[in-house]
Design a protein around this ligand. Sequence first.
Ligand code: ASP
Length: 313
Amino acid sequence: MIKNCCMISTWKMSLLGMKRAAPLLKRNVPVHEAILMAVKTVEDDPAISSVGYGGLPNLNGEVELDAAYMNGDTLGFGGVMSVKNIKNPIEVAFDLSHYQRNCLLSDIGATRYAQSKGFAFQNMLSPESKKRYDQTDKMRDSEMLEAYKEHDTVCVIGMDHRRSMACGVSTSGLFLKMPGRVGDSPIIGSGLYADSEVGCAAATGVGEDIMKGCLSFSIVEKMRNGIDPQTACETALQQHLQRFLRCNHSCGSISVIAMDCYGNAGAATTLSAFPFVVTDQNFSTQLYVASNIGGKISIFQPDQGWLNSYRGD
Ligand code: ASP
């Protein structure tokens, strides 16, 4: 378990955003500003192929995005699903988290809402994502989607100086997904859950499989019952995989992160390498790796040799 944290996020791709967010928390800004900074940095980076601009296209060659935000003080939740051309879906999700009703909007409704509130729009298909789409055999059956390994979600959990906690997530979902397909990311309790009285959790991986276990809520409930974040992540994931085994369901990749209201953090994964990023209470930001070898999870800080050989997000 990693102690004395104030932020944790998924994948190496979140490192720059986390480094930009850390000084904000140091200046005692509210947690949402740090989370938005971290997530927007990933959404805006054309080199990151699974989130925001330059994300993975759907079967029609359009970048279709999901994002969500949860406020751990109020349990306020907002999300957008299947949106195209919204530059920063996380901003719209955060805005919606202030409402008691109509807080999860999809497709055209979400787009009209974002237009009415003056959010920025742009074509999210970068030359690179178009090239990737054009080069791929689209004749594959949608059941083959698990074979498309290139998908990830940026998930950022934070806690500010008032001990307010929150979580934001953003993704383009699975590559060549059916238009309208929604993953776990904007689904409360599956892709994310935040409760400042307990802690937060978030998930990345094959959304259909994550949703079947409501994994983020499951992890937060374990922490509510006094289990530390590392054990909560490992136990929730393990129980979910065992349940799948009993019904012969072959599970895609799943990785989870969590942080409790005391600043303890943890992560678990089905992968041999799941990089994640932690900012500690001295506002220093470091990369970690969770590794699953034969069902046993270990956490380590990668050295330069490991980083040089790592090819993923
Ligand atoms: N969970 C995302 C989805 O299914 C993708 C990912 O995190 O890899 O849309």
